[in-house]
Design a protein around this ligand. Structure first.
Ligand code: AMP
Ligand code: ZN
Length: 116
């Protein structure tokens, strides 16, 4: 199931260290190594899924778990009421660089729209 060449699978297994802020049976969340806001957390499924394009209907609970984790992380980080952004990039044109599904949770500053 895990991809031996995948950076985020290695974070799930503990082979690579990360600053983990939340975890449960379905997901792990850790601080982005290159934060774009004072809170920048990545929420990933434990199971390797490369991109949104590879999602199957059986993954709906996993996707739900990513957002429920984002809700709890936003509360934990104190950004829920002020507001925060969730982003999931898919493939090169959107800027995806790590091909293991991840939901960015960004907050702690004013975020502009539209994104670049
Ligand atoms: P994306 O561009 O949407 O694929 O996002 C990948 C994110 O992973 C980027 O924001 C990177 O800064 C972040 N990242 C890459 N390597 C690590 C790492 N070892 N620990 C934490 N975040 C990472
Ligand atoms: Zn992976």
């Amino acid at each position: 199931m895990a991809d031996p060449d995948c950076l985020f699978c290695k974070i799930v297994s503990g082979e690579i260290n990360a600053d983990v802020v939340f975890e449960n049976d379905d997901v792990v969340a850790f601080r982005d190594i290159n934060p774009q806001a004072s809170t920048h957390v990545l929420v990933i499924p434990r199971r390797h899924i490369a991109t949104i394009n590879e999602l199957e209907s059986e993954d709906s609970q996993t996707v739900g778990s990513l957002f429920l984790a984002a809700r709890d992380i936003a509360a934990q980080e104190g950004i829920a009421e002020a507001g925060f952004r969730t982003v999931m990039n898919c493939n090169a044109a959107a800027g995806q660089t790590v091909f293991h599904l991840h939901l960015h949770v960004l907050g702690g500053r004013s975020l502009e729209w539209p994104p670049g």
